[in-house]
Design a protein around this ligand. Structure first.
Ligand code: DLL
Length: 434
């Protein structure tokens, strides 16, 4: 199922985007807020999206500096909800919504669910966290907007969730990719996997690879479509871009609400289509807290070509890493996702892994901890480890020691985003598993 706005011809979409950009800028100039007066003081007017580069960038620290409500473009009495981004330290980033914004939030998530194959006859198990995190409520409202049944399972309590999936006969699953795999593993152990009629899942909020997709789809079996969904609190939450099941490998940006650019992270200049760079987003329809040219820190690229699903909106590639996630190991720049890609391509491995950076010596050492998909392969454990080490050396150009454990030996994340990279600074095992 597609929505009319997703199949507009390019010119009509550009016109709609331009109208919305001009309208947003007008509202921001009228906003009674020192932040917006200062930000727009010397900024010339724009008449179309082609002039977006004349607008200033916005960076994460501006949310912190104006905490909690300094970036509002409406009076607080027009705000009906706040969420917060999952920061690791200090104050969270607060983001606010008017009732119109909540409406857009529901619409883009309904569209994302439809991209993955969802429709009004589905029972959708939502296992993103409910609360300040945008994932649970964002997808929940999307499911309701679609007219399907929302099951607000939230995170944690895996055994209970597996029972619920089976009892209610869920057909759609919304959760992180790591949690989708964990649920499948536990459903298998509980002997109920075959009774759960899941057909599709919408998985995002953390980096994942094609290899992990293959493992999730195989773990659920029966033609399960595991589709990617991207978003971030500062822009709205989930639903900024979503993958269609007809053409996996990239995500349609909800371009009528969010204007995407891809820029060189060092210079801020646009890069040609097809070249990787930092994703920059401008909200086109948000009222409470619009954002101009937000530097997401996420690395991706525009994908060329038409999409067989019929949507005409531009596609971005799977997220390739974050500018600030990059590890520098013995002078080599490496994104954890590059390591994941090699590990997850190996048919002998399960889908769980951890990367340990051992910083006890003069030079950091990297260890990848993985586990066998099947105990029967234990006799080949050393061969598998050496094969992976050679492959990592070839592709990442880094010596990485691979430790192949038995199935179930890598710790699972049961709540929130999966933690994949651990630092070792003393003799305690950072995973607490040795
Ligand atoms: O993670 C919103 C969300 C919820 C997206 C549910 C998808 C599904 P934040 O907590 O603000 O919001 O984190 C945003 O997570 O800048 C990316 O670095 C990362 N991220 C989100 N989706 C993906 C994805 C939510 N599909 C940050 N692939 C973003 C890779 C992702 N990374």
């Amino acid at each position: 199922m597609t929505f009319a706005v997703e199949t507009l011809d390019t010119d009509a979409l550009r016109t709609l985007q331009s109208e919305r950009l001009v309208d947003t800028l007008g509202r921001l100039r009228r906003a009674d807020a020192p932040y917006w007066r200062a930000k727009l003081a010397d900024v010339p007017d724009v008449t179309s999206v082609d002039e977006v580069a004349g607008l200033p960038f916005t960076v994460k620290s501006e949310f912190r500096e104006t905490f909690p409500f300094g970036m509002l473009a409406v009076p607080l009495h027009d705000v009906v909800r706040v969420h917060a981004s999952s920061g690791t330290s200090g104050k969270p980033t607060i983001v606010a919504y008017t009732s119109g914004d909540v409406d857009v939030f529901a619409e883009v998530n309904a569209r994302a669910l439809a991209c993955a194959g969802g429709g009004r006859d589905d029972i959708v198990h939502v296992a993103y966290g409910y609360g300040l995190f945008t994932g649970g409520l964002g997808l929940h409202y999307g499911v309701e907007r679609l007219g399907a049944v929302a099951v607000p399972a939230s995170g944690g309590n895996v055994a209970f969730q597996v029972g619920l999936l089976a009892d209610l006969g869920a057909t759609g699953l919304a959760c992180t990719p790591s949690f989708a795999l964990l649920l499948a593993e536990r459903a298998e152990t509980a002997g109920v996997r075959g009774t759960i009629p899941l057909r599709w899942g919408i998985h995002g909020a953390e980096p994942w690879s094609e290899g992990l997709r293959a493992k999730i789809e195989a773990a659920w079996g029966g033609g399960y479509d595991a589709c990617d969904i991207y978003g971030l609190s500062e822009i709205i939450g989930p639903g900024v871009a979503a993958e269609c099941r007809e053409n996996k490998g990239g995500m349609h940006v909800m371009e009528d609400h969010f204007l995407p650019e891809v820029v060189d992270p060092a210079t801020g200049e646009p890069v040609p289509d097809g070249t990787a760079g930092e994703l920059v987003l401008t909200t086109l329809t948000k009222w409470a807290q619009p954002v101009l040219r937000y530097r997401t820190g996420d690395i991706t690229r525009f994908l060329p070509g038409e999409c067989p699903c019929g949507r005409t909106t531009r596609r971005i590639g799977r997220l390739e890493g974050r500018a600030d996630d990059m590890l520098i190991i013995r002078g080599i720049n490496v994104y954890p996702r590059e390591i994941e890609t090699v590990l997850m391509e190996d048919p002998d491995l399960g889908g769980q892994f951890a990367i340990v950076i051992d910083r006890r010596g003069t030079l950091p050492e990297v260890e990848a901890r993985v586990e066998l998909a099947d105990e029967a392969a234990a006799v080949r454990r050393d061969t598998i480890a050496r094969r992976l080490e050679a492959r990592l050396m070839e592709t990442v150009r880094l010596r990485i020691t691979v430790h192949v454990g038995d199935p179930g030996t890598v710790p699972r994340t049961e709540m929130g985003k999966a933690k994949r990279v651990f630092e070792q600074t003393d003799d305690r095992d950072p995973l607490g598993s040795r």
